[in-house]
Design a protein around this ligand. Structure first.
Ligand code: GDP
Ligand code: MG
Ligand code: ZN
Length: 305
C-alpha cells in the first residue's frame, strides 16, 4: 500500500545514507509513524546535509514496509556541532555538586556557551546526596544570582526526576550538556528507562554496518517532545564571538537591554571604567572579564585594548 501524500517528518536518527523519520502529522497514518528513509536520488543536497533534528518532507510512503523518501529539507532554526543536531529548543547544562568537584568558572563557561545558541538554558545540579542541605541552599541562591533557577537531582530521590521529566515533556527538543562524569547517562536512563536498549524498526543489515549506538539520536518523550541522546559525547563549551558575550550574561543584559544604560562608547565591552556605566558589582563579573580577555586573544591576538 503506497501513500502519495507528502508529509512533514522529523529526522530522529541517521546512519550512513539512511534516516529514521517520525511523521509529524500522525493522524493520517494510523499507527505507522516511523519510517526508514533515503534521500530521493534526483534531489541534490550537496552542501545541505541533513542532520538529526531536521524537519523534512517525505514522499513515496510505503505503510507496510515503513519506508519513504526524503524529498526536501525545511528551514532549520539552529544547528549544534559536535554533536551535530538541528532545531534544539532547550539546553540543560548538567553539573554534579561533587565528584567531580564543582568548578564555578567551568559552570559559567558551559552556561554562556549554551546561551550563545540562542535557546532556553537551564542548569541542573546532580548528586545532591553528596552535600548538606545547607550547601544545597547556598548553591541554589548562588545560581539564582546568575539568573538561573536550578534543578537539583539526587539518584536516591526518583521524584526529582519525575518533575524534570514533566518539564522536559513541555519542551520541543532538549539536550543535556556537561562535562564527563556528572551523571548525564544516569539522568537519561532515569528519564527513559532502557534508553540504550531501544529497538528501532531497522534491519539487522543496516545495524551491523556501523556501531549505531554511538550515533546521535532523538528519543520521543511525548507526542511533540524529544530529547537528544549523545552516547559517548561530552559536550565541551563552544567558543563565543566576543561581540555577543556581554548580552549572554543576564546581569549585563538586564542593565543594557532592559534598563537601557548607556556607556560612552557604543559596543562598549565593559572592561574599562572610562565611559562605562555598567554596574560591575555582580558575582560573575570576574568570570565575564576572564572570558572576555580569553576570547579577545583568540579572535584578535595582536590587538591592544
Ligand atoms: N552519589 C551519586 N552518584 C551519582 C549520581 N548520579 C550519577 N552518579 C554516578 O556518577 C558516575 C558518572 O555517571 P554517568 O551517568 O556515567 O556520567 P556522564 O559521564 O555525565 O554520563 C557514575 O558512577 C554514577 O553512578 C547521584 O545522584 N549521586
Ligand atoms: Mg555518559
Ligand atoms: Zn560599558
Amino acid at each position: 500500500m503506497k501513500n502519495n501524500n507528502k508529509i512533514l517528518g522529523l529526522v530522529t536518527k541517521k546512519f550512513n545514507e539512511f534516516y529514521l523519520v517520525d511523521s509529524k502529522n500522525k493522524e493520517n497514518l494510523g499507527n505507522c509513524e516511523r519510517f526508514l528513509c533515503k534521500v530521493r536520488k534526483s534531489i541534490n543536497f550537496k552542501d545541505k546535509l541533513i542532520y538529526v533534528g531536521d524537519e523534512v518532507i517525505i514522499d513515496n510512503i510505503d505503510l507496510i514496509n515503513k519506508r519513504a523518501l526524503i524529498i526536501s529539507l525545511e528551514k532549520r532554526k539552529n544547528l549544534l556541532i559536535r554533536p551535530s543536531v538541528a532545531n534544539i529548543s532547550n539546553i540543560y547544562v548538567i553539573f554534579s555538586v561533587d565528584e567531580p568537584e564543582l568548578n564555578f568558572s567551568q559552570v559559567n563557561r558551559f552556561l554562556i556557551s549554551a546561551e550563545s545558541v540562542g535557546v532556553e538554558v537551564s542548569l541542573v545540579l546532580t548528586k545532591c546526596d553528596l552535600i548538606s542541605v545547607k550547601r544545597r541552599s547556598f548553591l541554589i541562591d548562588k545560581f539564582k544570582k546568575w539568573g538561573y533557577q536550578v534543578i537539583t537531582l539526587n539518584v536516591n530521590k526518583p521524584d526529582y526526576f519525575k518533575n524534570l521529566l514533566i518539564q522536559l515533556k513541555q519542551k520541543k527538543c532538549s539536550i543535556f550538556m556537561g562535562p564527563s562524569g556528572v551523571g548525564k547517562t544516569t539522568l537519561l536512563n532515569m528519564i527513559i528507562p532502557g534508553v540504550h536498549n531501544n529497538t528501532a524498526p531497522v534491519s539487522e543489515k543496516i545495524k551491523r554496518g556501523k556501531n549505531t549506538t554511538r550515533n546521535v539520536e532523538l528519543f520521543s518523550l511525548s507526542k511533540r517532545s524529544y530529547i537528544v541522546d549523545t552516547p559517548g559525547f561530552n559536550m565541551q563549551p563552544l567558543e563565543v564571538d566576543i561581540k555577543f558575550l556581554p548580552n549572554l550574561y543576564s546581569e549585563i543584559y538586564k542593565q543594557v537591554v532592559d534598563a537601557g544604560i548607556k556607556c560612552k562608547f557604543r559596543n562598549c565591552l565593559h572592561l574599562n571604567d572610562e565611559g562605562c556605566n555598567l554596574d560591575k558589582s555582580f558575582e560573575r563579573y570576574p568570570f565575564y572579564r576572564e572570558m572576555m580577555e580569553f576570547s579577545k586573544n583568540q579572535y584578535y591576538p595582536n590587538q591592544e585594548d
